[in-house]
Design a protein around this ligand. Sequence first.
Ligand code: GLA
Length: 581
Amino acid sequence: MAGFSVGEDDFEVDGRPVRLLSGALHYFRVHEEQWGHRLAMLRAMGLNCVETYVPWNLHEPRPGDLRDVGALGRFLDAAHEAGLWAIVRPGPYICAEWENGGLPHWLTGPLGSRVRTRDAEFLAAVDRWFRVLLPQVVERQFDRGGPVIMVQVENEYGSYGSDQVYLGHLADGLRGLGVTAPLFTSDGPDDHMLTGGSVPGVLATANFGSNARGAFEALRRHRPKGPLMCMEFWCGWFDHWGADHVVRDAEDAAGALREILECGASVNLYMAHGGTNFGGWAGANRAGQLHGGVLQPDVTSYDYDAPIDEHGRPTEKFWRFREVFARYADGPLPEVPAQPAALAGPVSAELASHTPLDVVLDALGSAEGTYAVPPSFEDLDVDRGLVRYGVDVPGPRRPYPLRAAGLRDRAVVYVDGVRAGILTEEEPVLAEPVAGPARVELWVESLGRVNYGPRTGEPKGVTGGLLHERQYLHGVRARALRLDAFDDAEAVRALPSAEPAAGGTGLYRGVFEVSGAGDAELELPGWTRGFVWVNGFCLGRYWSQGPQLSLYVPGPVLREGRNEVWVLETEGAGEPRVRLS
Ligand code: GLA
């Protein structure tokens, strides 16, 4: 058969068997000017294919407000130029340690658990989005001279649901939009996952980190024929704030990779190069067997302990994998490309100007509304950002505990203008009881929406009410500060400012000079939690609890000469300077 196809035993190109040696690289986690370098690194490791997800919520932050959908096409063109085939996983749900698993908050808010099902409203929204997105893929398919060889239906759907009508609708929809490349599903190698997530007549693949033989046996119970593929070989792993940094030994990973290839299977490394959750788009997990436990927000780095690290450098794992792949290559592997330049020397930037959070909110936030009960972030149309809730405790009355029921995720609380403590989901009650009358303010921050498991898409904010003793406090003021308000650099520059004070919250701004721009790490010693922008590019969240203690600054973000840095501190600033090195 001409073109790329799924044969009885193998993938085939023009009827000739081929093995897919693929690696995940998410275009939205790598600065566009670095795509070429990273793709060349994949080739040099011995890969012949790149795989990417597509995050719907990044491209459609509000209904119909489409942002740079062409990025996917440009990335696929770059892959083609690099001599790689491409696998596209368009979702609509992608998991991927990405905010809300890629689903827009404006859908999960109103629809709740009706997302990822046959629900008519959900399907209509997906169909609309796919009509916009899929042309990027369709015109770049292998049979039209492009790199795209396969397209995924949903993502590990069997870990979530059992709605075959939904999966069938997606598969038919992709075909209807012109996808002629083979479709596939990917699921954990468990019977319930494979039966929940596979689609009759569509190639099924398995995701795992070790024991390839066992995994492929499980897959064979469901699919006696067809090429074997590990669609996600977890050669590293991701980190959560407040937990230990996770690593996977290079030799152990290389052994597991060898086993996959010895089974005659194809593989997609998850991740070949992880990159960074720029812009505060990191997602979150919930702990516990059935994923109803404590919130575990993901860090900004998506280094993933991958063979190509966050800076694009080869790690020991890269060299081990290269040895393994070399045995399956048609000829000698391309040379490893030179590394991108690093920043010539350390730089310290003074943050000479400060704007209190209230003033930032006045200028960049939404108008204040008053609501019977606290609105959720979804009600206020906030994907990433903060909401200031305000409520009056009537009086006179004696002191009682004040509680933010169903708090997600974290609140800095002020009583009559004085900092009174920090509330979390686990500790939603203020340490000191509050007497009335009092004016209470809660600055609530989303730490990233859950991207995996039954609680994917749950709302953020104060979701259960504000209570004094057992009494609900009604008449709640709320005002939202979306992170993307900072995309308007002129508005940020126009903010009034004063001398900075250590220990406070708010926006801190400064300028610094660079000569010899290149990749760097940015540190904020003594600061607590917030977001950093360099020249208007949001590097992501920092948080003193680690394990991540510095943020990656892609070289292309820096300029020769004058540069601007903004830090939005939401809990307690340190000395007013940042360090780049
Ligand atoms: C699953 C998902 C991926 C990712 C990995 C863990 O396999 O399909 O999107 O979340 O887990 O990194």
